[in-house]
Design a binder for this molecule. Structure first.
Ligand code: ATP
Ligand code: MG
Length: 212
């Protein structure tokens, strides 16, 4: 059996065409079904639904043989025990710094200064500001990052941005792009060796189906 970990929502939706290209049809819709293990048309392949941030954990410890996870999630989790053979070029967005539209970011990040940053991505944020020579006080949040600069919890946030409409609706502006983000195929290092005859062709089918 091959077990693939996916998260509900955009990762699931955008992985479906890639699975289809590999001849795999998922037989339940996660939006209407309460099942967490979804069978496919292939008796030897199943999909398990986990939180986006839990995908690398499932794959690392062999709860799933492979999965799809955002680069943002992988950077925070680390890649121990994981192989990342493909950038699937789905769930594309960017990791950015944003502040209140009346905040002077340029002045706040002058060399040697100190800034308060709220984010779910503390690892990436720590590295980003260290590279700039800016001292940073990091505040870990799990959601609604946009609220932090509005309430005085932080000067800035590091968060995912796609259209920028959520920032705009909250009077925030994107002042720096840290990196582009897309979802990656992740494979358990051991499974890649022991189940290569089944996982290998799957990787190849996915690779052929990636949008240019
Ligand atoms: P939840 O929304 O359930 O709290 P989550 O935010 O981790 O969990 P998603 O919103 O489905 O889950 O995001 C999953 C992945 O999709 C993220 O890790 C990121 O790589 C990518 N992503 C997040 N937001 C966007 C977006 N607005 N546009 C494109 N891709 C995105
Ligand atoms: Mg989300």
């Amino acid at each position: 059996m091959i077990t693939m970990a996916l998260s509900k929502g955009r990762i699931f939706e955008e992985t479906l065409p890639l699975l289809r290209a590999a001849g795999i049809e998922v037989q339940e819709d996660p939006e209407t079904s309460r099942k967490l293990i979804l069978p496919t048309n292939r008796g030897d392949v199943r999909v398990v639904l986990v939180r986006a941030t839990d995908v690398p954990t499932y794959v690392q410890y062999g709860g799933a043989d492979l999965g799809v996870a955002g680069k943002d999630v992988l950077l925070e989790h680390g890649s121990s025990g994981l192989v990342q053979p493909l950038d699937l070029k789905i769930a594309r967005c960017r990791l950015s710094v944003a502040v209140r539209d009346d905040f002077d970011y340029a002045a706040a990040v002058k060399q040697g200064s100190r800034i308060r940053v709220a984010t779910k991505y503390t690892q990436v944020a720590r590295e980003h500001f260290a590279d700039k020579g800016v001292h940073v006080d990091l505040i870990k949040l799990y959601g609604s990052m946009e609220l932090a600069p509005l309430t005085g919890l932080a000067d800035a946030i590091v968060d995912l941005v796609s259209t920028g409409s959520t920032l705009k609706a909250n009077h925030l502006v994107e002042v720096e792009t840290i990196m582009p983000i897309s979802a990656r195929l992740v494979v358990n290092q051991t499974a890649l060796k022991t189940k290569v005859e089944r996982i290998g062709p799957l990787i190849q089918a996915f690779e052929s189906a990636i949008a240019p």
